[in-house]
Design a protein around this ligand. Structure first.
Ligand code: ADP
Ligand code: MG
Ligand code: ZN
Length: 619
């Protein structure tokens, strides 16, 4: 199939190629450029245009042209349908027609057809060759084709990456590891092997990895997780081996694995067992990562937007033990990214990058870059010499309509979301068993998320699974904080469905406290087996483990927990209403408040619980 298509494309190229049919090249003074033609049409000098699609030229008859003289010839763009020309002709009432090329002479006809015949023969031979190759290939698949790319020099520098300063700072260190490993090895420090970049698409993860290679001046090997996973068992694993072999030969270097979640999913999960091929690939990857010493100068950078599905083995020390969040940019970040991408574009004086940054909440770096490029294309189409605010506006519209998440500009909705998120964030800060707030943001995300408040969890506790009862209760209270704030501020009638997810989390957690951990008045009975593995019909089986009567009691207990926590959440928000309003105003202006700043503002109003005063141990 592929070869036939290729052949067909070759034939078409021959048919459309202007070079072959150009038998009589017109005198130089009898030609016009495309731009001259457009200008003449607009100034009304053109009476008639005939397009010759075979040669891709337009024959132009001018108003003041003497009879029986040759028309002027204009070379057209192939492929493109020359919409400006058609548009201009229509607007200026120029007679526009298509004429089959009669003037191409007999020689051209012969040459074209002889070539066609020749190409058909060559094409057939190629098909034959290919099918005989294919049978040979089946013997050593996976070995022959290395599907990874290598760039000796990426040419990307940290200066080209903007808006994700935290991530950049963390990765600055990696550059030092590559450049001056002695500095670390001399004092016995082991250089980390893997860095996992976590963040939504288009935020600059690939760019960042390239910048590290660029700054360190080392080669950049890259492969995408989805390319590992092939039909035949063993191919992926062999690709991993190949990749690392090449990398070792070229150390120091960066190995970049994009979309690592495609191979790195939790093993053994899912109905009907795992995917053999994927598991083998992952095992090979783990083996390779363990197989080289941290000091060989290879640093593996992987990217994903789904860290939650990754196999825990990947995140263990000695593998991807460093995780760097690469988030959607806030206002300041967007401004930085716009500045980077405006460097090579001609902008009119009236263009304010600040204004653009303010208008584009929720845009990723890739979307901002894309938007500026769209604006530049529009400018060229409109034949202006610099991008103006008009093109920017049009480009923003073009990009937003194609986007999954509408940026928040509607101020009422934005306010409501801000109160909701501040509700969560304030409780994270004031409850004494809560983990500290990392940040609260109202930058919308795909999947209908208007914003979120995020905690810095104590990883030790998460790993050990030793949650205390008071920690769980505070979690539930925090989850209800969004709804509590909505209700306190806007009243019963105005609460929204935005808290739907929170409410479900609460129900699940409260139920687990009662049925699995024995943390209710029902006493220390585990009513459900603590099996987390996903297998068919888990819920259905679990439910039948206790009687109707107990089920009613469980429901009562669950409801009691939720009601108590909700009352607590509302009380705290009511008592700090002035503070809540102030935080919302700041959040509306900044879009994101970092945990540090948030705690400082809160501390000006009310003392922080002891736990919040300590600086968080984990990043
Ligand atoms: P990801 O890998 O996170 O999906 P990419 O690194 O592929 O995103 O980003 C695609 C393009 O978007 C980049 O090549 C760059 O032009 C632009 N871009 C994205 N994020 C940034 C950023 N933080 N700074 C500058 N340009 C960016
Ligand atoms: Mg990428
Ligand atoms: Zn919420």
């Amino acid at each position: 199939m592929g070869a036939v298509t290729a052949l067909w494309m070759m034939l078409q190229t021959v048919l459309a190629s202007p070079a072959l049919a150009q038998n009589s090249s017109p005198a130089r003074n009898n030609t016009l450029t495309y731009t001259e033609l457009l200008e003449r049409i607009e100034s009304g000098q053109v009476s008639k245009i005939e397009i010759d699609p075979v040669r891709s030229v337009a024959e132009v008859y001018l108003e003041d042209q003497p009879r029986n003289t040759q028309p002027k010839e204009v070379t057209l763009f192939t492929g493109d349908r020359n919409p400006e020309l058609v548009e201009a002709a229509r607007q200026n009432n120029v007679d526009l027609g298509v004429r089959p090329s009669a003037s191409s002479g007999a020689i051209a006809w012969f040459v074209t057809h002889a070539l066609l015949a020749f190409l058909i023969i060559v094409g057939l031979l190629m098909i034959l060759r290919r099918s005989s190759n294919a049978s040979g290939q089946a013997m050593n698949f996976g070995k022959s084709k290395a599907r990874f790319q290598m760039e000796a020099k990426t040419g990307v520098m940290f200066d080209d990456v903007a808006g994700i300063e935290e991530a950049k700072e963390e990765l600055q260190e990696v550059v030092t590891f590559l450049k001056k490993p002695e500095k670390f090895t001399a004092i016995g420090a082991k250089i980390p092997k893997g860095v996992l970049l976590v963040g939504p698409p288009g935020t600059g993860k690939t760019l960042l990895a390239k910048a590290i290679a660029g700054e360190a001046g080392v080669p950049f090997f890259s492969i995408s997780g989805s390319e590992f996973v092939e039909m035949f068992v063993g191919v992926g694993a062999s690709r991993v081996r190949d990749l690392f072999k090449k990398a070792k030969e070229n150390a120091p270097c960066i190995v970049f694995i994009d979309e690592i979640d495609a191979v790195g999913r939790q093993r053994g999960a899912g109905i009907g067992g795992g995917n053999d091929e994927r598991e083998q690939t992952l095992n090979q990857l783990l083996t390779e990562m363990d197989g080289f010493e941290g000091n060989t100068g290879i640093i593996i950078i992987a990217a994903t937007n789904r860290p939650d599905v990754l196999d825990s083995a990947l995140l263990r020390p000695g593998r991807f033990d460093r995780q760097v969040m690469v988030d959607l940019p806030s206002y300041k970040g967007r401004l930085g990214i716009l500045q980077v991408h405006a460097r090579n574009k001609k902008l009119d004086q009236d263009v304010s990058l600040e204004a653009i940054a303010r208008r584009t909440p929720g845009f990723s770096g890739a979307e901002l870059a894309n938007m500026l490029n769209e604006a530049a294309i529009l400018t060229a189409r409109r034949r202006k010499d610099a991008v103006t605010m008009l093109e920017i506006d049009d480009a923003i519209d073009r990009v937003t309509t194609g986007m999954t998440l509408a940026p928040l500009m509607d101020s009422k909705k934005k306010r409501l979301i801000a109160y909701h998120e501040v509700g969560h964030a304030l409780l994270m800060t004031l409850l004494k068993n809560s983990d500290p707030l990392n940040k609260v943001t109202i930058i919308p995300r795909s999947g209908g998320v208007g914003g979120f408040a995020q905690q810095t969890f104590n990883e030790e506790m998460i790993d050990s699974g030793l949650y205390t009862r008071s920690w769980l209760l505070d979690r539930i209270t925090i989850a209800l904080g969004g709804r509590a704030a909505e209700q306190e501020v806007f009243g019963d009638a105005e609460i929204t469905v935005g808290a739907g997810n929170d409410i479900r989390v609460v129900a699940d957690m409260a139920r687990e406290m009662v049925t699995r951990y024995g943390m209710s008045d029902l006493g220390p009975f585990a009513l459900e087996s603590g099996n987390n593995e996903v297998f068919l019909g888990r819920d259905w089986m679990a439910r039948s483990e206790y009687s109707e009567e107990v089920a009613v009691k469980v429901d009562q207990q669950v409801r009691a927990i939720a009601t108590r926590c909700y009352a607590e959440a509302r009380r705290i928000i009511r008592e700090h209403r002035g503070l809540v309003d102030k935080l919302v105003d700041i959040l509306l202006e900044q879009e994101t408040i970092e945990g540090e700043q948030f705690r400082k503002i809160v501390a000006e109003h009310t003392p922080l619980p002891e736990r919040q005063l300590a600086t968080p141990a984990v990043s």
